[in-house]
Design a protein around this ligand. Structure first.
Ligand code: FES
Length: 113
């Protein structure tokens, strides 16, 4: 896992769900009910882009078949039997950082350093 600074251009509260890529990893940056969240971007049901979805009552809703996932504990709504990945966020001074898994390409490049 590695921490990445989120560009200030992405800190837009008027865009509640957006797809970002840092360090070769895509993720959703979400602003909901006054809080920032970072999650995986692919829906575990059939792979839809969750960044095309929306938030309701603390959950991200997938635009394809309406599966919903809790933004705090990562779990899909009861009966879905699935979950998303929640990434840790940290405020440092005026910046927001996200912890993401290292991409396979970066892992391979590190082997040759
Ligand atoms: S792809 Fe997300 S609910 Fe089906």
């Amino acid at each position: 896992m590695k921490w990445h600074k989120i560009p200030s251009s992405a800190i837009r509260t008027k865009t509640p769900v957006q797809l970002l890529q840092l360090g070769g990893q895509k993720f959703c940056l979400i602003y909901h009910q006054g809080e920032w969240h970072a999650t995986s971007y692919k829906c575990p049901h059939a792979g839809a882009n969750l960044a095309d979805g929306w938030c309701e009552e603390g959950k991200i809703i997938c635009p394809f078949h309406r599966h919903s996932f809790n933004l705090i504990d990562d779990k899909g709504t009861k009966g879905q039997n699935n979950a998303i990945r929640i990434n840790r966020l940290e405020s440092r001074k005026d910046d927001l950082y996200v912890e993401l898994p290292e991409s396979m390409i970066n892992k391979l490049l590190n082997l040759f350093k």
